[in-house]
Design a binder for this molecule. Structure first.
Ligand code: URP
Ligand code: ZN
Ligand code: ZN
Length: 463
């Protein structure tokens, strides 16, 4: 058997196993995994000595080229997917937004056009639902069949994205019928709105008030409500960007009762805290995203939950806005600061550093939370999310000993600051293959814009 590419001498790390093996690739797929695979005829031989051979990362929560807060997120599908690949991520799931008065298909078509000709890695979409009449409910079913098998609903941002409980319940009921997956932004938007208005009336306008007006109780309450609605509808639910212990408690309690409840957290909640708002002047705006940063003690609770499988996934919620000109829209009023932060490039290194290098969990658990669980939950497994014969050859050669300091000066995201500036990471993607093609090698990005393919996802699978 001959291979297009043969990866030799590496240590294969999947969500379940760690072993020395070669990986043979043909026609973009993994054709063989075994010891001493034949080199003869291989067009390319890649030496992976001292490297981990892992499935490419899957980031199920990004916002590329997204109009929001009076501006548009700074990375488009070219720059965002390229930055993702620099960090070892080979698949993204982004969000197509149904704005009021529009169909779900209009949202899908719009985001397909944004990605077309630009994406350098494979991508898929969730659809954000902001209105749900009978026709839109039918569209949920159609979209699920067309590969958009998950829908994000908001319990926050009144007047923009927020849905009432009845609409959420109806959407969940449709999802239950068609095997779709509901992703929930769980914060009590009504209560937060009142607190925000009070703060503004008291002249509190600095960035830190974004965090101080969005209490953990608002996230805990909404998480509990989302779970209750999903239980009544008989639907699985996935809580996005979970930031605090209160919300975690609701998820843990539901899972202990055997409910199909899942949740992700993001590196910002694992590494940053409300103390970041102590930064001078308007610098705190760099950390304005929702849910907001919490007190530091929540971090250890989240790490612990990742270890124990109370949390299943780490995504980024990558939604970059430049400090100059974009974040500055809210210079005099924190409610006008576009909500979101950059991170798609840093996820793998940060989670490896904080999770594996600290001894909190194994490299296998790392693979599970950054690749395998996302693939399984969002209908991409086993095409993506593992190293196995027949899977796409989306492979990261990960150097667990390499160290880097995160900085906006060296990152590849199209944004003028880093939320993680100065953090030292140990564990870096050295080489990245997407469907067998080497797209990142020795510090050179080789993937051409437009090579990324849209992935039609199956319906949600269990872990
Ligand atoms: O602040 C955030 N998270 N911006 C992106 C939109 C969202 O709610 O995920
Ligand atoms: Zn959200
Ligand atoms: Zn988001």
């Amino acid at each position: 058997m001959t291979f297009d590419t043969l990866i030799r001498n590496g240590t294969v790390v999947t969500a379940t196993d760690t072993y020395r093996a070669d990986v043979g690739i043909r026609d973009g797929k993994i054709a063989s995994v075994g010891s001493e695979l034949p080199m003869e005829g291989a067009r390319r031989v890649v030496d992976a000595a001292n490297l981990m051979v892992m499935p490419g990362g899957i980031d199920v929560h990004t916002h590329l080229d997204m109009p929001f807060g009076g501006t548009t997120s700074a990375d488009d599908f070219e720059t965002g997917t390229r930055a993702a690949a620099w960090g070892g991520t080979t698949t993204l799931i982004d969000f197509a937004i149904q704005y009021h008065g529009q169909t779900l298909h209009h949202a899908f078509d719009t985001w397909m056009k944004k990605a077309d000709g630009k994406a350098t890695i494979d991508y898929a979409f969730h659809c954000i639902v902001t209105e749900l009449d009978e026709e839109r409910a039918k569209e949920m079913k159609q979209l699920a069949a067309e590969g958009v098998s998950s829908f994000k609903l908001f319990m926050a941002y009144p007047g923009v994205f927020m849905l009432d409980d009845a609409t959420i319940f109806r959407a969940m009921s449709v999802a239950a019928d068609v095997g779709a997956f509901i992703c929930m932004h769980a914060e009590n938007g009504g209560a937060i709105d009142v607190i925000v208005k009070r703060a503004l009336a008291e002249g509190k306008r600095a960035p830190k008030y974004h965090a101080l007006t969005r209490p953990t109780t608002a996230e805990g309450e909404a998480t509990g409500r989302a779970i209750a609605l999903a239980e009544m509808a008989g639907a699985p639910v996935y809580i996005v960007h979970l930031s605090c212990n209160e919300a975690l408690g609701r998820v843990r309690e539901a899972r202990e009762r055997g409910l199909p409840v899942y949740a992700e957290t993001c590196p910002q909640y694992l590494f940053l805290s409300i103390e970041n708002f102590d930064a001078p002047g308007f610098e705190g705006a760099k950390y304005v995203f929702t849910p907001p940063l919490r007190e530091k003690w929540h971090q250890e609770k989240l790490w612990n939950a990742l270890t124990r499988d109370d949390l299943q996934v780490v995504s980024t919620d990558h939604c970059p806005f430049c400090f100059k000109e974009q974040k500055e829209l809210g210079k005099d009023d924190f409610t006008k600061i576009p909500n979101g932060g950059p991170g798609v490039e840093n996820r793998m290194s940060l989670v490896y550093t904080g999770g594996v290098q600290t001894g909190r969990f194994s490299p296998n658990r790392f693979v599970q939370v950054v690749s395998t669980a996302p693939a399984k939950l969002f209908g991409l497994y086993p095409r993506k999310g593992t190293i196995a014969v027949g899977s796409d050859a989306d492979i990261v050669l990960f150097d667990p000993e390499a160290e880097e300091t995160i900085s906006a000066k060296t990152h590849h995201m199209r944004v003028d600051y880093s939320m993680f500036e100065g953090i030292r990471v140990k564990g870096v993607a050295r080489k990245v293959l997407s469907r067998g093609e080497v797209i990142l090698e020795r510090g050179n990005f080789l993937g051409k814009p437009g090579r990324g393919e849209f992935l039609k996802r199956r319906t949600h699978g269990s872990l």
